[in-house]
Write a protein that binds this ligand. Structure first.
Ligand code: ADP
Ligand code: MG
Length: 224
């Protein structure tokens, strides 16, 4: 499903070259559960953003479902991202003035789905994610765990093939973290490819495949 061939990403900061990804090659199959760990600044987010078509490598090839995406226009990339990829982040990235339901429906709104059909898709998700009673609440009226559940629902409402999570529990207490990881694992169990960047070894260890990134390279890649 995902194939990176010799991918590099170089940033220039104050006259210095930073190799955020240094000739990374990697294959990930549909349905896998992968964790990415490694020191701060090692390139984990750059790798995840590249997989999610949010960042473009400077060299190398990225084949997504067999298609070379390194050559695509920004418009085509955005279209592919919207159709195939869900993203969640440490700080949720919800829209503050929208309710939980409106946040979840946003991707549908942006692709022109009408109100009734949006609700037909969001209400079952609100239910399944334990948010039904909170659907008219704005993010600042929700707990961290609830906000992340809204963000996950928004990420999966377009039924993507893969879900990419960058430190999804980094801003949550232990109990909410466990809840969020269980929800993500349930989605993976139902067929979604799941890739999680985490600092937390306990969370990283749960994945069927664990990748360790050091200095922009893959230092270890172990399967259960
Ligand atoms: P991690 O997520 O593992 O902490 P990142 O992928 O965010 O690491 O960053 C890897 C390296 O690339 C770091 O040295 C970081 O400072 C640098 N970097 C990342 N994004 C940028 C950017 N937009 N501009 C300049 N340097 C960047
Ligand atoms: Mg990061």
């Amino acid at each position: 499903m995902i194939e990176l061939r010799d991918i590099s990403r170089i940033f220039h900061v104050g006259g210095q070259e930073v190799k955020a990804m240094d000739r990374i090659s990697l294959t990930i199959h549909a349905g896998e559960y992968v964790s990415i760990m490694g020191p701060s600044g090692s390139g984990k987010s750059t790798l995840l953003n590249t997989l999610g078509l949010l960042d473009t490598p400077d060299s190398g090839q990225y084949l997504l479902e067999g298609q070379d995406v390194t050559a695509l226009s920004d418009a085509r990339l955005a279209e592919m991202r919207g159709r195939k990829i869900g993203f969640i982040f440490q700080f949720f990235h919800l829209i503050p003035r929208l309710t939980a339901q409106e946040n979840i429906e946003l991707p549908l709104l942006l692709s022109g789905v009408n109100r009734k059909d949006r609700a037909k898709r969001s209400l079952p998700l609100l239910d399944a994610f334990g948010l039904a009673a909170r659907r008219h609440h704005r993010p600042d009226e929700l707990s961290g765990g609830q906000r992340q559940r809204v963000a996950i629902a928004r990420a999966v409402i377009n039924r993507p093939a893969m879900l990419l999570a960058d430190e999804p529990t980094g801003n949550l207490d232990r109990h909410s973290s466990a809840e969020i990881i269980e929800l993500l694992e349930q989605l993976n169990h139902d067929g979604l490819t799941l890739i999680i960047v985490t600092h937390d070894p306990e969370i990283g260890e749960r994945a069927g495949r664990r990748i360790r990134v050091v200095d922009g390279t893959i230092a270890a890649d172990s399967f259960r």
